[in-house]
Write a protein that binds this ligand. Structure first.
Ligand code: SF4
Ligand code: SF4
Length: 678
């Protein structure tokens, strides 16, 4: 049987290639129109400088966009996604070939007639089978396993798209298979998918085969353009936006974006934060378009896990719907909320409790396969609430104390160094303008005034002394680092604290700053403009251990089993996972177990949060209590942490949970000091 390519057949007297051009022009025009509409908010949004460090961005794109390193963190879903993604990469060339064949401009023919042709055809056929299997697997998994994290996602859309992809694979298999049946010499290379189609169709009449040949071709082309235009209408927009989103991902963690990237001084701004959708940056709007609704963020979110009214996935989905609603495909751009009787973005679409439920722990961002950001968006919404006095009342007194006294307790600055009296007779230098010291110990508010923080600070002093470190503190010259203040959304007060601290730090000569609190460590390292080295104590003492200046030699008493809790601002935000573990391993007689959720999957204790000053009523369980349960499941008798906030939260959770007989919390510094001789 001879093969007449569908492009050469007549359809109601119209040549096939004309039909192909009509489909192409219509398909591409509609697609361009939808993309234009989707780009409007991106173009109107706030600036965001994401065009620097191109080499790093390309490397990130290769690792996370092409190799998709984060996908297998959820093994089976990741494998399915990789199969489909790689299928898309390989089959893209096939789509170009099929479309251009139909247009009568077979641009790939010269390439396909080389040795590459048979090789590619075999690869293409393999991937058609792989993608088809992955789609069937994906459909069954969704329907039967029903992972909880898909709750609230658009299921029908997922089924439709998996169905469309399967249909694309099947139509191409039928097209090529019927071609082989009509002309066995037409296939170049080993074609397992097409051969499968020939087996299935081998009993059909020549007319059926000829009819299927043309029909499968046109169905394939029509489905292809329908699929293309369907993508930007919902969650599958990520097929187009994911690679750019990964390319433009944030290159560092721990930092908070400024109030506006193009304005250096916040006094020059008319308003702070996000009130309307265009106040988000263009990258944040791109984030909304890119969400795949996989739910990995919410699955790891401690707020979601403890029943707080926050699911990062649902937050992004709401904001994407809001973007689509604001710029509808047909009709005019909707006016701003205030100009119409529409629900406000902040307060109505995104509730106050959602905004205040976030602990800024970063678990969502560490998990998202397409690098969607949450913390900056949430803080930008908080900035608006604080600026317009819509923050919880309980914040007002805390913020007033910080402003007046430089600490959240409202205690006199003159008493900031009184804690040293409880550290025995070890001399502690109080630094002044012009002084020189090796280590500047930045104590921060909790270390200075809270009993638990003070006790950790004293252990620091003991360890510095034992290792012969030249150190000093700022005492009354020090103000709170402002970490929490900034993350509460009080940008003005944060700037003030930072300026005052910077003024003092610039007048003292030191080699490095060491902190006990991962929050102070994070903000001094990432938010402050100083070019100084900042270390958390775990890093500093781990380096002394390696140099042989710190020698834990006394064995721990008892047979307790310890587990280490990675504080979010030490681990996820700053990548410090090994130093605390090196210190722990150096402690003689210490039995250590890891919790299931550790390192970058650590579960926030609630400490990076505003919970010390604001209760979320809808919470079912305290995060710290949930974390203590995880430690119990791991078989531990004691949770070791390296953060005064974690310590306070765990201590409280153990008391209120009635676990005092079976669980305790200990700061790593205490453990280290208890093993030093003398
Ligand atoms: S930062 Fe933490 S608490 Fe906030 S949304 Fe992400 S995972 Fe949830
Ligand atoms: S934000 Fe990221 S992790 Fe969360 S649902 Fe969307 S794609 Fe998945």
């Amino acid at each position: 049987m001879s093969i007449n390519h569908p492009a050469h057949a007549l359809y109601l007297g119209v040549p096939g290639w004309v039909v192909a051009w009509i489909i192409l022009i219509a398909g591409v025009s509609v697609f361009a129109y939808i993309l234009y509409k989707r780009s409007i908010l991106i173009r109107r949004a706030a600036p965001d400088p994401r065009f620097s460090q191109i080499g790093k961005r390309v490397a990130g794109l290769l690792l996370y966009g092409i190799i998709q390193k984060r996908q297998p963190r959820y093994l089976w879903a990741g494998v399915i996604h990789l199969m489909i993604f790689w299928g898309f990469v390989v089959l893209g060339l096939r789509s170009i070939d099929l479309v251009t064949q139909g247009l009568g401009i077979p641009v790939l023919n010269p390439l396909m007639e080389t040795g590459f042709g048979p090789f590619y055809n075999t690869l293409k056929d393999f991937f058609e089978l792989i993608v088809l299997s992955a789609c069937i697997w994906g459909i069954l998994r969704r329907a039967m396993v029903r992972p909880e994290r898909y709750g609230g996602s658009h299921h029908w859309e997922a089924y439709l798209v998996l169905g469309l992809i399967s249909f694309l694979m099947i139509t191409d298999m039928v097209y090529e298979g019927t071609g082989l049946l009509m002309n066995p010499s037409s296939g170049k290379g080993w074609l397992p998918a097409s051969q499968l189609a020939t087996v299935v169709l081998s009993g059909s009449s020549p007319q059926t085969i000829s009819g299927l040949y043309g029909t499968s071709y046109w169905l394939h082309i029509l489905t292809f353009f329908f699929f293309l235009n369907f993508l930007p209408l919902g969650k599958h927009f990520h097929i187009i936006t994911a690679l750019p989103n990964v390319f433009f991902k944030r290159l560092s963690t721990g930092k908070i974006k400024p109030a506006r990237w193009d304005v250096a001084d916040i006094d020059d701004l008319d308003s702070l934060g996000v009130e309307k959708i265009e106040d988000f940056t263009w990258k944040h709007i791109l984030d909304f378009y890119t969400c795949t609704e996989c739910g990995r963020c919410s699955d790891n979110c401690p707020a979601d896990a403890t029943g707080r009214p926050l699911s990062p996935k649902l937050l992004t989905m709401k904001l994407r719907d809001y973007c689509f609603d604001r710029v509808p495909l047909f009709g005019k751009i909707q006016a701003q909320d205030a100009e119409q009787d529409r629900p406000a973005l902040v307060g109505d679409i995104v509730s106050y409790d959602e905004i205040w439920s976030c602990t800024t722990c970063g678990a969502c961002e560490a998990e998202c396969p397409v690098f969607i950001e949450y913390i900056d968006k949430i803080i930008d919404m908080r900035r608006h609430l604080v600026e317009t006095s819509q923050n919880p009342n309980t914040f007002n007194q805390v913020l007033m104390h910080v402003e007046k006294t430089g600490n959240p307790f409202g205690k006199p600055a003159a008493k900031r160094a009184e804690w040293v009296r409880d550290c025995g007779d070890i001399p502690v230098k109080r630094l002044n303008q012009g002084d020189t010291v090796d280590v500047l110990f930045f104590v921060d508010g909790y270390g200075s005034y809270d009993p638990a923080g003070q006790s950790i600070a004293c252990d620091m002093v003991r360890a510095f002394n034992a290792a012969g470190v030249d150190f000093g503190i700022l005492g009354p010259l020090e103000k709170d680092s402002g970490h929490q203040v900034r993350r509460m959304g009080e940008e003005g007060l944060f700037q003030l604290l930072m300026e005052e601290n910077m003024e003092v730090l610039n007048e003292i000569r030191f080699n490095r700053i060491v902190t006990t609190d991962p929050h102070a460590f994070n903000t001094l390292k990432n938010d402050y403009p100083g070019a100084f080295e900042v270390m958390h104590y775990t890093q500093f003492f781990a380096s002394l251990l390696e140099e042989g200046k710190l020698k834990p030699s006394k064995a721990l008493e008892g047979k307790d089993i310890y587990t280490y809790h990675d504080p979010c601002y030490l681990g996820r935000h700053n990548g410090v996972y090994e130093a605390p573990r090196r210190l722990l391993q150096a402690i003689p007689g210490l039995n250590l177990v890891e919790m299931k959720r550790s390192r970058d999957r650590s579960f926030c204790c609630g400490g990076g949060d505003v919970i010390l000053w604001h209760e979320i009523e809808q919470e079912e369980m305290r995060m710290a209590a949930k974390r203590v349960e995880m430690a119990r499941e791991a078989g531990a008798d004691a949770i070791v942490t390296a953060c005064p906030f974690c310590y306070i939260h765990f201590e409280d959770a153990i008391k209120t949970g009635g676990w005092e007989d079976t669980m305790r919390v200990v700061d790593l510094m205490r453990l280290v000091v208890s093993t030093l001789e003398g």
